[in-house]
Design a binder for this molecule. Sequence first.
Ligand code: MG
Length: 180
Amino acid sequence: MRVGLGYDVHRLVEDRKLILGGVEIPYEKGLLGHSDADVLLHAIMDALLGAAGLGDIGKHFPDTDEKYKGISSIKLLEHVGKLLEENMFIINNIDATIIAQRPKVGPYRDEMVKNIANALKIEENMVNVKATTEEGLGFTGSGEGISSQAIASLSQARDYSTAVSPVQGCESCAGCGFNR
Ligand code: MG
């Protein structure tokens, strides 16, 4: 099993849409960035790429490339999902936190989870999205920006091919039914 950590920050400014987890959230400001600045998805992508040992989103989607200007981060997440698949990685789970004083993002959480799971072709119960304020402290507390942290756990398909044999069954996993 492998784990990866992701962290991202974007500045809140006027005249931008606020997109979090692929959901457009009504708010007086939005996040500034080269893409749609979806800070949650950026942290999740970095966690996934980190767990896979495949670098980071800056390497795969440079913000100097016009191709990514204004792009939906859901598209980038789909691309990360394909990269993982090509490299025989299986996503075990993703856990992420949005750190924002305002707006309240709780009502949009289920939709975010659905978007993330769909983009990565995984079950919704493998994705958890949480939100917190920072009690008015720091740049998130003052409303200057929003940050996000994420952690992801991956397995590599070859981990299973060596662990499972049709004769001996699998010692490490009782859940797959391989030995029944
Ligand atoms: Mg970013």
